[in-house]
Design a protein around this ligand. Structure first.
Ligand SMILES: Cc1cc2nc3c(=O)[nH]c(=O)nc-3n(C[C@H](O)[C@H](O)[C@H](O)COP(=O)(O)O)c2cc1C
Length: 174
């Protein structure tokens, strides 16, 4: 199988994984930081953490995987994250075969974390990406999610998601 272009991070020869988030009050950002740690635990992989305000098309195309997260807004991702996927539609074909995963934070336990992660995964599927959930050693479900600010356990689960995506990107590149 042909390798996906631009898996190698230009700077230091490491593979790059983008962790992209929108966060208004900090909960989703905290989870993003935990996921970043998990990615960076894997040798040869470098996490790039970007908010929806700072992310560029090059961050997408230079990465072997994208882990995207949002607060639950009415059961789906926030408009700020959706706008990035809308605006970047022109690079969709360059994203084919890269790994995608999602995370979310909500206010209510049944407030829509899974539907929000699915809204992100749905876009990633249409971007041609290879989708993974969190590993069995975390929850073995849709991705990483929590209510409010992440607990230590949720941060640990986030790290495991980051690690899983990083290991898979390495395998796909191998
Ligand atoms: C416009 C808006 C819509 C929201 N909709 C939901 C919702 O449908 N279900 C829910 O549980 N929480 C909802 N929330 C709460 C946020 O998802 C929750 O507080 C989240 O952790 C905030 O993330 P942040 O700190 O990263 O901004 C909503 C918040 C806002 C501002």
């Amino acid at each position: 199988m042909a390798k996906v272009d631009a898996y190698l991070y230009k700077g230091d020869g490491k593979m790059q994984i983008l962790i992209l988030y929108f966060s208004r009050t900090g909960n989703t950002k905290k989870l993003a930081v935990a996921i970043e740690k998990g990615v960076n635990n894997v040798e040869g992989v470098n996490a790039v953490l970007k908010s929806t305000d700072d992310v560029t098309k090059e961050d997408f195309t230079n990465s072997g995987g994208v882990i995207a997260g949002s607060p639950v807004y009415f059961g789906v991702m926030a408009a700020q994250l959706k706008k990035i996927f809308d605006d970047f539609v022109g690079i969709r074909s360059k994203m084919e075969g890269k790994v995608g995963a999602a995370f979310a934070t909500s206010a209510d336990p049944s407030g829509g974390k899974e539907t929000t992660m699915m809204s992100i995964i749905q876009v990633m599927l249409i971007y041609g990406m290879v989708i993974v959930g969190d590993p069995m050693s975390a929850t073995g479900h849709f991705g990483t999610a929590c209510v409010g600010s992440p607990s230590e356990k949720s941060e640990e689960n986030g790290m495991k998601l980051g690690q899983r995506v990083a290991e898979l990107v390495k395998k796909l590149d191998g």
